[in-house]
Design a protein around this ligand. Structure first.
Ligand code: CA
Length: 220
């Protein structure tokens, strides 16, 4: 999952980036509204954390422009404490949820998980596929109740597919959603990670759809 983090306060931005990366997200960041608008318009994100008070272009305007361009990714806005009108205008502008500053790291992560899962019509933070269970809260994967150790990249790839069971996901899409913008992207690495996941979780878990990509086939 790839997230855009928009926050102008450098210290908070760097703390949030670290938090999100530890939680398994690929993170791009923007420090002002103009940069945010550009990234959110041109890059695909699974979710956005958007501070409203931003230099150059305020967060509300950025959000309104995204929505008027048809950009539908889930957006969590960060609002000033006790500013109910910011929350109202944010939600009216197309925000999916809000969090008032200061907030607890765990709450941000929980709300973000919920947004990503709702965007895929999933109700539970526990994703199940056959005998594989992925707990989005803890970032752990089990198979038949036994813990399977995955690297951060393997986990990210599996989580992406498990949010989209039954859908064919192209290699290009995977590359775009698994890596941050400044990462040295090489679509061959996707194949490597798929091979490793098959070794760890069974050869039949991830299907290759020739010329199209990969899929977790729906289980009976
Ligand atoms: Ca700010």
């Amino acid at each position: 999952m790839r997230v855009l983090l928009v926050e102008d306060e450098a210290v908070l931005r760097s703390q949030l980036r670290q938090l999100l990366e530890q939680a398994g997200y690929a993170v791009d960041e923007a420090a002002d509204g103009q940069a945010a608008l550009h990234l959110g318009t041109t890059e695909p994100y699974d979710a956005v954390v958007l501070d409203l008070g931003l230099p150059v272009l305020d967060g509300l305007t950025v959000l309104q422009r995204w929505r008027s361009q048809g950009r539908a990714m889930p957006v969590l806005i960060l609002t000033a404490r006790d500013s109910w009108h910011e929350k109202v205008s944010g939600i009216d502008a197309g925000a999916d949820d809000y969090l008032a500053k200061p907030f607890h790291a765990e709450e941000l992560l929980a709300r973000l998980r919920a947004l990503v899962r709702r965007a895929h019509g999933l109700a539970s933070p526990l994703l199940q596929h056959g005998d594989v269970t992925l707990d989005t809260r803890t970032g752990t994967v089990t198979q038949n109740g036994l813990t399977v150790n995955l690297t951060a990249h393997e986990y990210r790839l599996l989580a992406y597919l498990m949010h989209r069971v039954g859908q064919v996901v192209s290699r290009a899409e995977l590359v775009e959603h698994l890596y941050a913008q400044d990462f040295d992207r090489d679509s061959n690495t996707v194949e490597v990670f798929v091979a490793r996941l098959r070794r760890k979780l069974g050869a039949t878990l991830i299907e290759t759809i020739r010329g199209m990509g990969y899929r977790l086939a729906p289980t009976p």
